[in-house]
Design a protein around this ligand. Sequence first.
Ligand code: 13P
Length: 253
Amino acid sequence: MRLPIIAGNWKMNTNIDQAVELVKEMRDRLHGIDGVEKVLCPPFVSLSAVKGIIAATSVRLGAQNMYYEEKGAYTGEVSPNMLAGLCEYVILGHSERRQYFGETDEIVNRKVKAAVGAGLLPILCVGERLEEHEAGKTEEVVTRQVREALVGVDTPDGLVVAYEPVWAIGTGKAATGEQANATIGLIRETLASLYGADFAAGTRIQYGGSVTAANIAEFVSQPEIDGALVGGASLKAPEFVSIVEQTSRVRRR
Ligand code: 13P
């Protein structure tokens, strides 16, 4: 049994005060929900403050990005070692990183290696763009992104993959549960071909892209989908709590 995982990607939203307020609004209710791993990914500047507020709860912390070098003259960057000890998870290869910051599969691969090396758990994002989707290239693109991200990586225990079709992110046009389930099944097959059936069967793969309290049940009731990476809806405490609660309920059935 894979423990479902719901992660909130706050993206570039909230200053420190707002982050503190938001996490205080949801902390106790999230803590009380069993059967789901709950992860918050605030901006770098708020990691420390949020960490203090969720200490001694079951809520986990993640970063949204990192650089792959250990240290040095890389002005403005944050290294794996800086995050280790501060948070457990790190989102890597998000489509916004690929789109706006030129992250290639090779860069994502370096980041995955560096994260694993520092003891961080990557939430590896993959997903096809609209034109790729329309050209029937979803399988090809997603399979390539998974394979390339994991080149030279020894069995990455604790890896989480997030399937986020780019056309579904922030658009209000989520994939259907069936669509997402099918692609996530292919991702699991790719993981099996790289690391064996047991690894694939034990690895959690999330869906992301316009997930809300109104559609989460459709996703987490699918057999291959182990939770969600939530953007916009993770900035509203009651909605994020509802997403986690529904996941717990659906998965208990
Ligand atoms: P939205 O939930 O806002 O569509 O964002 C999804 C996402 O990119 C999470 O990483």
